[in-house]
Design a protein around this ligand. Sequence first.
Ligand code: NAI
Length: 256
Amino acid sequence: MDRFENKIALITGSSQGIGAACALRLAKEGCNIILNGHKFDERGEKLIAEIQDMGRKAAFLEADLSKADAATKLITDAVGVFGHLDILVNNAGVEKNASFWEVTEEDYDLIMNTNLKGVFFSIQSFVNYCRKSKIAGTVINMSSVHEEIAFPNFAAYCASKGGLMMLTRNLASELAQFNIRINNVAPGAISTPINDDLLNDKKQLEKVLQNIPLKRMGKPENVAAVVAFLASDDAAYVTGSTYYVDGGLTYHYEEQ
Ligand code: NAI
């Protein structure tokens, strides 16, 4: 059964990594897909071809989601592509490694504007569209285990994802009256380009894996499967929640 027949999803930051896996997973289940990134390149081209090979429609919209007006416009443009929009996956995100006392205003702004401000205004634009068109839209925000647990040297990242947790909880209450559901997915350590440094550092990787009960990194497809659940009617009674895809990392207790 195709859970997303005739549905249209916009997935931000979907040229690679978790976003690309979400696009392919939703398309596999019948969804038409609008991809997004800073720039349309050969990765976007390849994904469009793969999605079209599955018999779905696909398009790519360029937008820099660290800017509120671009985030707002992306929704309007996405609606224009195939005529409507049902699912918004706010996946684009950035992180920077720096001691708290060395974080620059520029890096703080980049992280907060991409991970929180852009998401805030894309949801606002989507909600205005859903209300006007009487569509029961669904929003999934790609958060992180660091909406809940500390990550030394990533203070701005943690603040952005912590903010995303409260944004989702708040909007679940405020948007239920329009039958709009909103949830967070919180990945743990997933093998994507964002983790290239970690994946290339054997010693550090070993340390990270020690902390994960399942003792392995997750795959982007593991995250995409949960996104597909939350986007579907199987999750019709789920809103305001965070779903962890972390191999047990977040609530792990290690006996000393
Ligand atoms: P990635 O770096 O492989 O992909 C992120 C994508 O977002 C890239 O294509 C990038 O170009 C795009 N992007 C970044 N800023 C953008 C902007 N301003 N406008 C448009 N596109 C932009 O990262 P990955 O791992 O796929 O992460 C996706 C999401 O999952 C992020 O929100 C990240 O914080 C979150 N996450 C990832 C984890 C992991 O272990 N990979 C763990 C926890 C959360």
